[in-house]
Design a binder for this molecule. Structure first.
Ligand code: SAH
Ligand code: SF4
Length: 370
């Protein structure tokens, strides 16, 4: 290989792409299966360790390919078991990945972009502005790093990562192809083998992309609604001016109706004091969501320095929840975890990147789906 020519990173390639890659090398397609297992199930990034392939093939791979994951710059476990990584991607940008253990379940919260262009008023990622899309390798690389942290596996222990939620930084539907490739690897039996019900894409409502998503995958869906009417949602989620609530919920119905099984969407509702937390908002929400197969996740707002919004009292949140429960909705209230290691999820990137004076970021990590 000529010096200076970039090697192909195999980390982000789902099975079909890896098979095509081996074909272009003049190799058998089944090599893809072996490589997938080495990389994702055994955490191997060195071709020399892939001992079920001939030395000649390994040398050939070393010439043209690599397995390159993100660089871990911070790895800390909180008192409550929440584990956080800050991972540096190419050209120095960092993202945060969080693992939340809960009994037999371990939910990994994964980022899809560096920053976000949609500028929701209550979200510190939005305040960072948009930097760039993550590659498929950088998205699945977060799962790869987290899984490697628990190797070698004890077959008798609970699996450390049972669920993945695309709820870190960024709007996954604006990085469509890379997110789909990465989610395919999450669900691939030769890679992570996570059930499609336990891989959840969270979106603020890019309606055309949501329809496209239904054509190519059947992962679970979380919709960031946050308001029961367009007037209020326009203020919180500017994208609503383009795709209002009625269109978003219609697309959600279309997505659910395509699924081969009966599944509910998760409706995410960040509760902000004095903004969207009144019982009349809850009643309006009941009307808007009528007939939609869904459960509702209430997320008390996570304050951050650049925001004037405030977190509601637990009483106000419970009052809000009671209205929804009385109307028959399954409703959960999520609080952030791991507070002792970063004061609220997201501050971490701010702290690590302080030198670049980036704004701090908070995300609400919740557990969705069984
Ligand atoms: N862009 C996608 C996924 C990332 S945001 C989306 O918007 O759905 C993941 C979740 O965290 C969203 O529901 C988002 O609205 C919520 N969130 C963002 N900032 C928050 C904050 N400061 N407090 C509480 N929830 C927040
Ligand atoms: Fe982007 Fe989601 Fe934050 Fe809105 S809430 S700015 S879509 S990451």
């Amino acid at each position: 290989m000529t010096a200076g020519v970039e090697k192909t990173n195999l980390l982000g390639m789902p099975k079909a792409k890896l098979e095509a890659f081996f074909e272009t090398l003049g190799e058998k397609r089944f090599r893809a299966q072996q490589v997938l297992q080495w990389i994702h199930q055994r955490g191997v990034d060195d071709f020399d360790q892939m001992t079920n392939m001939s030395k000649v093939l390994r040398e050939k791979l070393k010439d043209v390919a690599e397995v390159r994951g993100p660089e871990v710059v911070y790895d800390e476990t909180s008192k409550d078991g929440t584990r956080k990584w800050v991972m540096r991607m190419d050209n120095g940008n960092s993202v945060e990945t969080v693992l939340i253990p809960d009994g037999e379940r371990g939910t990994l919260c994964v980022s899809s972009q560096i920053g976000c262009s949609l500028d929701c008023t209550f979200c510190s990622t939005g305040k960072r502005g948009f930097n760039r899309n993550l590659t498929a390798a950088e998205i699945i690389g977060q799962v790869w790093v987290a899984r490697k942290a628990f190797m070698p596996f004890d077959p008798n222990a609970d699996r450390p990562i049972t669920n993945v939620v695309m709820m870190g930084m960024g709007e996954p539907l604006l990085n469509f192809d890379n997110v789909v490739d990465a989610m395919n690897l999450m669900m691939e039996d030769l890679a992570y083998g996570i059930s499609k019900r336990r891989v959840t894409l969270s979106t603020s409502g890019v309606v055309p992309a949501l329809d496209r998503l239904g054509e190519v995958t059947d992962v679970s869906l979380a919709i960031s609604l946050h308001a029961p009417n367009d007037e209020l949602r326009n203020q919180l989620v500017p994208l609503n001016k383009k795709y209002p609530i009625s269109e978003l919920l219609a697309a959600t119905r279309r997505y659910l109706s395509r699924l081969p099984d009966k599944r509910k969407a998760t409706i995410e509702y960040t509760v902000i004091e004095g903004v969207n937390d009144q019982p009349e908002h809850a009643r309006e929400l009941v009307t808007v969501l009528k007939g939609l197969p869904c459960k509702i996740n209430l997320i008390p707002f996570n304050p951050f320095p650049e925001s004037d919004f405030r977190r509601p009292s637990m009483n106000a949140t419970r009052r809000f929840q009671a209205v929804l429960n009385e109307a028959g909705f399954v409703t959960t209230v999520r609080t952030t975890r791991g507070d002792d290691i970063d004061a609220a999820c997201g501050q971490l990137v701010g702290r690590v990147e302080d030198r670049t004076r980036r704004s701090q970021r908070y995300i609400a990590v919740q557990q969705v789906n069984p």
